[in-house]
Ligand binder design. Structure first.
Ligand code: NDP
Ligand code: GDR
Length: 326
């Protein structure tokens, strides 16, 4: 039985990946941060909390990273941990650089010193392309437009460097946006599906959004975690773009979601909120995942429409059965 260690187990992707690896028969360990509140909701929502080993570790803290690696003795390490919200990276650029950028170097050093034969996956991002215009593949330049994007470029480059200099089996998945009913509430897709459900059930009146003309290449997170695993099963380590190949605007997502929620015309309840606009934003991101298709046999399975429907239906059901109380 293989051992896998997931940094960022408690996040959207960590949860889907843990489920995927458990189904493949792996022993799954994953890290969580100490918080004053519950942080295992996602694992509980898909009923896998009691099937994984949880280890406390913070990417700011080398000792805890090393100890997570020594405890789990992994064959495969997936780094999904990050300050992952682009919007917050403008307000907390130093923290973002430390966790999303330098944190990856801390893991790589711990791997080099303790388990140099372990395979390593790094969660790179389409946000690294930033201002680069046109369809993006593995050869396209990185011109990041946010502190988050800059930190991810560092993490990507240092992972490539450890592959070249120390022979670490390091793969970077350059993933475009992927969403799900487990997506964090501040990301635009989930903010929309969640708030529409609240509006439908009379718990909310308004939905406040920023740049609704921005376009993203949106896939389903459940499809994307499979690509992470596939990369580590290849003979040689490499980097791959993972994307659907089509982009849609926030406005299109909103229109479709409003339709699925049966709420009529979104102009009746949407307000544009200047406070969520970013100092710099990326207008359009579309990925070309041909290399992943040819070399590892991965392709996106869930359509844009299916994704929107899945998220809206989940959140309406959720709000029907839960009343939040604090
Ligand atoms: P989430 O924000 O849902 O999860 C991030 C994870 O990182 C959480 O488990 C979080 O813990 C953990 N984390 C945050 N800060 C620290 C820290 N200081 N030390 C240790 N762990 C920490 O992100 P996703 O699951 O959506 O994304 C997974 C990875 O993929 C991230 O690196 C993200 O940047 C990257 N990515 C995501 C894409 C997407 O569209 N989802 C696209 C491309 C890349 P906690 O639960 O305590 O907050
Ligand atoms: P992104 O995702 O920045 O692409 O990063 P997000 O959903 O935050 O924004 C997508 C686009 O929507 C616009 N937008 C809004 N965004 C938010 N969050 N809230 C709003 O109200 C709103 N209104 C409009 C944004 O300006 C942006 O243009 C995600 C994260 O998962 C990263 O970790 C990952 O690396 C990239 O995707 C690929």
């Amino acid at each position: 039985m293989k051992n896998a260690l997931i940094f960022g187990l408690t996040g959207q992707d960590g949860t889907y990946l843990a489920k995927f690896l458990l189904d493949k028969g792996y022993n799954v360990s994953g890290t969580f941060r100490r918080t004053s509140h519950k942080c295992f909701e996602r694992l509980e929502e898909i009923s896998i909390f009691d099937k994984v080993t949880t280890i406390k570790a913070d990417l700011a803290d080398y000792g805890s990273i090393q100890s997570a690696i020594k405890k789990s003795m992994p064959d495969e390490i997936y780094n999904l941990a990050a300050q992952s919200f682009v919007g917050a990276s403008f307000q907390q650029p130093i923290l973002t650089s430390d966790i999303t950028g330098l944190g990856v170097l801390r893991i790589l050093e711990a791997v080099k010193e303790n388990t140099p034969d372990a395979k390593f996956y790094q969660a790179s991002s389409s946000e690294m392309y930033g201002n680069y215009i046109g369809i993006k593949n593995e050869e396209s330049p990185f011109i990041p437009r946010s502190p988050y994007g800059v930190a991810k470029v560092f993490a990507h480059n240092i992972s490539n460097h450890y592959r070249e200099a120390y022979n670490i089996f390091a793969c970077c998945g350059i993933l475009f946006n992927h969403e799900s009913p487990l997506r964090g509430l501040e990301f635009v897709t989930r903010k929309i599906s969640w708030t529409l459900a609240e509006i439908k059930l009379g718990k909310q009146k308004k939905l406040k959004l920023g740049n609704i003309y921005a376009k993203r290449d949106w896939g389903f997170a459940g499809d994307y975690v499979e690509a992470m695993w596939m990369m580590l099963q290849q003979k040689n380590p490499d980097d791959y773009v993972i994307a659907t190949g089509e982009s849609h605007s926030v406005e299109e997502f909103l229109t479709l979601a409003t339709d699925y929620a049966g709420l009529g015309d979104w102009h009746d309840f949407v307000e544009i909120d200047q406070s969520v606009m970013r100092p710099t934003d990326i207008e359009d991101l579309v990925g070309d995942a041909s290399k992943a298709k040819e070399k590892i046999g991965w392709k996106s399975k869930t359509s844009f429409k299916e994704l929107v429907k899945k998220m809206v239906e989940h959140d309406i059901e959720y709000h029907k059965s839960h009343s939040l109380s604090f």
